[in-house]
Ligand binder design. Sequence first.
Ligand code: PBG
Ligand code: ZN
Length: 309
Amino acid sequence: MRRLVRETELNAGDFLYPMFLVPGTGIRKPIGSMPGICQLSVDEAVKEAREALRLGVGGVILFGIPPEKDLEASGAYDPNGIVQLGIVALKRELPELLVVTDVCLCEYTSHGHCGVIEGEELLNDPSVELLVKTAISHARAGADMVAPSDMMDGRIGAIRQALDASGFETVPVMAYSAKYASSYYGPFREAAESAPAFGDRRSYQMDPPNAREALKEVALDLDEGADIVMVKPALAYMDIIWRVKQMTDRPVAAYNVSGEYAMVKAAAERGWIDEKKLVLETLVGLKRAGADILITYHALEAARWLNDA
Ligand code: PBG
Ligand code: ZN
């Protein structure tokens, strides 16, 4: 009876699984604050993505840790960069796999900020130029979708135009539209080795108390041509997910971020929670709040649980 009247159904196909790529072969380097998640060399990433595909997970979203970082973030748009090599290998070995890429500069800059800096100031427009180069190079390598996570103004329009002008009009843009300056990103910065060397990201990411501003950011990105809009983090921002869902018919994504994952894993290790039930409850809650797409480090295990049920 419950099954018959259930309003929201979670599917493995709703999930995007984030992966952290590093140079080399045969590398699976565990991330201390994210039990179960590793930095992966491309060959290992192919194995993991094959498992994701087998489980029916909707796709993967790639992050890269380059061998060297510099002021221009050159590893981000290097045609032989780590993400570009990852895209090529994944699409060659697993053509059916949906490969999305995170487009940002913070993993590639020596200072760890998401753009170009002058002194301690982040420069919006020069950053957008490099983000455009990065998105195009991902598309050229074969990415199915690009996802800019930097929060610079005007980057969605600039990337959309450049994709169209370069023959990639069928590559959609998933915009990290309402991305908050959040403490929940701590474990990710260990995983991606992208903690800012000075200051914080509050000059470009959003202030947690603001909701109307999030809707404005979403409206701008929709106007600039975003195909999917994202709210991030997820749990502390379920009201934003709900409001964004009400304002657009375009799909909404929610990013269940590293700190949200780490908290669950820490409590589960202590035996304080029933991890399986709790994770599925959280994910269905995000979907009920309006998220069509769930970006989560729990993707593989949640897919297994759903498939077993
Ligand atoms: C890069 C980026 C971040 C995350 C996704 N893309 C970190 C940040 O902005 O510092 C966070 C993901 C997570 O915490 O799981 N801009
Ligand atoms: Zn960034």
